[in-house]
Ligand binder design. Structure first.
Ligand code: ADP
Ligand code: MG
Length: 684
């Protein structure tokens, strides 16, 4: 940790960094000195062995020291230039070559001693194709060669080599100012490197052994801070007096009587866990985890109705406008028999609509509010908010969760997620929450048959669509979202819809739904879809989460390779919600191995946990168990899967520390570091 002034000090004062560089670095997230210090190398290259020329092995990457004798430029072909330098050492010589870098000619002078790293190539003559070079420093200060060299993730503008130079300079200047966060006794007990040494070694390791210990120290600290943060939240919650919601069952029972199904055993269990929490005078903080289609909406509805039954207000927050609308529409229908009329609060309301709603929320005559993060804006004031439900948690950060919670006097909080996380990991990650799992799908569900179809087999897909619609079913066709160009994306979808209308299915009604439509327009489309008027709905990815039309039996995903596994699984979850056989057709000509692997996983399995595991294998753990998805602070170095043993240690230690009290002086630095990491981050 550096002190506050240094943290924000302008990096413009560093050698080699001007305005342009500063901007390019900022794009990599490197804005402050602190950012650089915690910018962990992606990998390392061992260039520590300087080999005699006679021991070089053809085809290997090697590092050698030599004196330059001759420098020349060759042009074997029109667009190829070769800078060729003869290196001598102990009466042996080798040619060092650079491709298309003739500008180096001015830097490499005869007589100069250089160290070069590159691939040895003996096919034509004894030569080494240089990937990195550095002038020899008699004081042994080599950054890019003759050591274990850090390789950083750069960008088109910023090379790893440049970063190496900058970070080296920063270490020289600021390393001494780094103050230790972990008290001495813990350092000793766990045999940790000091922070200062760990930072130095993680960037410029003296040897592999110390690198390992440096990484251990930094992972340990990061996970300790994470656990302290999570457990601290939990402790605050436990010490708060919460609302004791009514035990009166009349209203919740009439909800259960009015829906056209009875709850699964898993749902009954989850509802009773929630009910118990709500009735007690604690602040509920519970995570409900259930795969796509497992029936989380009714759980949310039940809980909200329970809060309302005792006279409290309830709020439900969803990550996207379309999902908020969808919840609004389905809850409105579900709760009509009970005389409960929810309102929708999103960013796209007109000012006067909004004012009116805000007024009635404040007065308390609006009992149930559904919305996006518009709900957590300052202007939204509740009269007596008793329960907050957050859907699809992984898109919100801890901060947003807290913000909504603060809208009431310690309201209960229920978070719902479809992200499958192994239980042990979930308990650690959501250490501040209790966990309920819906581990059972509603009865009568048949697995969705999933096919991967190449573009040239499209006609077959149309045949299937035709058959299903004639049988009275409905169809989704999803076009992928191209992030850089929402517009193009939309055009794609519109063109596809037009083509279907005029050339392929003129006999069917085709609807279109996309993010740029107004609420009313969307509502109309959704209503026509729900009542079966629309046979085929062409959409951009707006239906990804939450849309519920049990009569739909086919989902076609265009350019399926553009979607991640989790997303495809979510999309597939839009069908198979009734008792008819459903189909998911992935249209794709995957070009990468990863794309092919994804198609294969999807056709093999319908199990969210399995798919998450495979996703893990294909993409690596960072992405899936990445903390961003779970709304926790970003981890810079720790990997929740690989480092789970350290996580376990950190968890136990965090417990001990909190028992002693985080406010005692020896933990002051640790506490500060935790607060910075945990609360000053927002991700969404
Ligand atoms: P998700 O967990 O993905 O949010 P939903 O709450 O949207 O799932 O439920 C999926 C579908 O299953 C909906 O059509 C819902 O009405 C239905 N459903 C939920 N619970 C049951 C149940 N116990 N029996 C039958 N159908 C159910
Ligand atoms: Mg849902």
């Amino acid at each position: 940790m550096l002190n506050g002034e240094q943290k924000t000090r302008d990096i413009l004062s560093l050698p080699g960094i001007g305005k342009k560089r500063q901007e390019d670095l900022a794009k990599l997230g490197l804005k402050s000195i602190e950012d650089f210090l915690s910018y962990i190398p992606r990998r390392y290259e061992d260039r520590s062995q300087l080999k005699p020329f006679s021991q070089l092995i053809n085809g290997n990457v090697e590092t050698i020291l030599g004196t330059i004798s001759k420098v020349e430029i060759l042009r074997p072909k029109k667009y190829v230039s070769i800078l060729k330098v003869i290196l001598h050492n102990n009466s042996q010589s080798i040619a060092a070559v650079w491709f298309n870098q003739t500008f180096l000619k001015n830097k490499l002078k005869p007589g100069m001693q250089v160290i070069v790293t590159g691939k040895v190539d003996f096919r034509y003559e004894k030569q080494i194709v240089v990937s990195d070079y550095e002038a020899y420093d008699p004081d042994g200060k080599q950054l890019h060669t003759a050591r274990i060299v850090p390789v950083y993730s750069g960008s088109e503008q910023i090379s790893s080599k440049f970063l190496r130079d900058v970070i080296y300079n920063i270490l020289e200047k600021y390393l001494l100012n780094v103050t230790e966060t972990i008290p001495e006794e813990i350092i000793n007990k766990y045999d940790l490197l000091k922070l200062e040494e760990a930072i130095k070694e993680i960037h410029f390791p003296s040897n592999w052994q110390l690198l390992k210990r440096a990484r251990y120290r930094l992972v340990f600290e990061e996970l300790l801070l994470l656990q302290l943060g999570i457990k601290n939240l939990k402790k605050q919650l436990i010490n708060m007096v919460g609302i004791s919601h009514t035990k009166e069952k009349k209203l919740t029972d009439s909800l259960l009587n009015s829906i056209p199904f009875s709850l699964t055993q898993a749902q009954v269990r989850v509802v009773s866990e929630i009910g118990k929490d709500m009735e007690e005078e604690i602040v509920m903080s519970r995570l409900v985890q259930g795969d796509v289609g497992s029936g989380k909406t009714i759980i949310a509805a039940w809980s909200l109705v329970k809060a309302l039954a005792g006279g409290y207000q309830g709020a439900l927050m969803a990550p996207t406008e379309i999902l908020a609308e969808q919840h609004y529409l389905s809850l409105k229908e579900m709760l009509k028999p009970l005389g409960i009329d929810p309102v929708l609060l999103t960013g796209s309301l007109t000012l006067s609509e909004k004012r009116k709603k805000l007024y009635h929320i404040l007065q308390g005559d609006i009992k149930l509010v559904i919305g996006t993060h518009a709900l957590i804006q300052d202007e939204v004031i509740f009269r007596n908010l008793g329960l907050v439900v957050i859907d699809e948690q992984h898109r919100f950060g801890v901060k947003q969760r807290l913000a909504l919670q603060e809208k009431g006097l310690n309201p209960d909080v229920l978070v719902m997620t479809a992200t499958p996380i192994p239980r042990s990991l979930a308990l650690t990650l959501y250490g501040d929450m209790d966990l309920s799992v819906i581990d059972e799908l509603p009865p009568g569900r048949q697995p969705v048959k999933t096919y991967h179809i190449m573009e040239n087999m499209r006609q077959k897909v149309y045949n299937l669509i035709n058959r299903e619609i004639k049988n009275g079913q409905q169809v989704y066709i999803v076009c992928p979202l191209i992030e850089e160009s929402e517009k193009l994306d939309l055009e794609d979808a519109l063109r596809l819809a037009e083509n279907l209308k005029t050339n392929i299915f003129p006999q069917f009604e085709i609807g279109i739904l996309h993010g740029r439509m107004g609420l009313e327009e969307k509502e109309q489309v959704m209503a026509r879809l729900r009542t079966g008027k629309i046979a085929i709905l062409v959409t951009t990815t707006v239906i990804e989460v939450g849309v519920n039309v049990p009569n739909a039996t086919v989902i076609v995903v265009e350019n399926a390779e553009r979607f991640g596994l989790a997303q495809l699984h979510q999309l597939r979850g839009r069908v198979g919600r009734g008792d008819k056989q459903a189909y998911c057709i992935l249209i794709s000509d995957p070009k990468t191995e990863e794309g092919k692997a994804r198609m294969e996983v999807m056709t093999q399995s319908g199990d969210g946990f399995y798919i998450a595991e495979q996703d893990l294998k294909i993409r690596g753990p960072g992405e899936i168990f990445g903390t961003r998805q779970h709304g926790l602070p970003d981890l810079k170095i720790a990997d929740l899967v690989e480092d789970r043993l350290i996580l376990e240690e950190a968890k136990n230690l965090a417990e001990q520390i909190l028992n002693e009290g985080l406010d005692i002086p020896k933990y002051q630095k640790l506490k500060e570091a935790m607060q910075i990491k945990f609360y000053k981050h927002s991700s969404s």
